[in-house]
Design a protein around this ligand. Sequence first.
Ligand code: HAM
Length: 432
Amino acid sequence: MSEDTRGTSRIKGFADLFPPESDAFTRMEACGRDIFTRYGFAELRTPLLEFTGLFQRSIGAETDVVQKEMYTFQDRKGRSVTLRPEATAGVMRACIEAGLADGRGGPHRFFTMGPMFRYERPQKGRMRQFHQINCECLGTESPFADAELITMLWSFLSALGIADLTLKLNSLGCAQCRPAYMEALREYLAGVDETALCEDCRRRRESNPLRVLDCKQEGCRCVTEAAPRLLDHNCPECRAHFDTVLELLAKEGITPEIDHRLVRGLDYYCRTTFEVVSGNIGAQTAVAGGGRYDGLTAQLGGPDAPGVGFACGMERLALLLPPLGTPAPDFFIVAPDEAGRVQGFALAESLRRLGLSGELDYAGGSFKSLMRRAAKSGARYCCIIGPEEAAASLVTLRGMAGGEQESVPQAEAPARLAGLCADAPTTKNHNG
Ligand code: HAM
């Protein structure tokens, strides 16, 4: 069915996030901020729109992202611009422009959170506008940075309460050792029956054979099962780098699965590459992916600064988050008449100034229907200002769980209610 393009419905692959989904996103962002700042990361916000050349030069002209998935259009001056399909390229561009890639004062550690855009076929866990939590550490070649970054990712995922994840790891080698590997891979692929490969891979086996290793088509997977392995072709420096990463992770109790075909779908990686996968979210199994990208800043025309980073897909993490009740509001103010409602309005403000949360009913109606709404709100206390209370400037505070109630002067009510609510906060289910 074709889409209605008049603007009366949302675009396919783009979502509106209402609670509790939006709560889940807020929770992930807050948890990320908390964990990442402990590791010295600070927030960087980069534009959603960049010149198209940035992504072509970094992600790679042969990748699916650049060839098939970018939202690219001309601006009013006829220049080609693209909605960011990922964050790394923009973060590197920003760091180069800010003079942070010149090797002084680093490493520089940044996290970014926000929407990315890829024109893919939408399905569970795959959207055209999706959200990433992205971390980049720029200015160090040390394997300690790789291990620390992966450990940080692992801490973040475990702080969110997400379990049953597998960390896949590989090393892509460096500019010294990768060319020989590519030759070995090209030779191997030249010798296989080309009808077993998909159309893309038939073309890519010469131009970009690593992409063949990454192909998810069944025929291509069978062909690459026995392909030469990157780790067997790593130079001694790359191998030592990889072994240090493994050793540091093992000390933290993190045991990755070595995946010889893990090359990632973007061209800028070298040495360490990793993905975190889950078997519980359908066909799109990767919840996070990343790796080292030494050489990327130079490729973008800046100084040559090594770096390592990762991104998590928030839609996919949301599918794995254990449910958490939202905090119950502290109060709900019931005032059937206008006079009481005016007093209730002032009372609600005083309560909020003390840090309490809740609402004033201003729809009116019978006392019974107001009390039903109070119960539905999930509030811990109901503040009733009926005609008699309004006349005497009183308010009746009623505990919604136990039904106990007391009448207090409105002037004293904020302090009294704050005292009552000071016990451990309770949570409610979202539907009340
Ligand atoms: P990526 O593997 O392309 O890496 O994306 C990272 C994560 O974003 C994926 O593992 C997945 O969870 C999520 N993701 C990707 N596409 C979609 C989609 N269409 N819908 C929902 N979720 C999606 C990068 O983007 C690199 N920039 C990561 C990186 C940072 N490497 C170094 N630094």
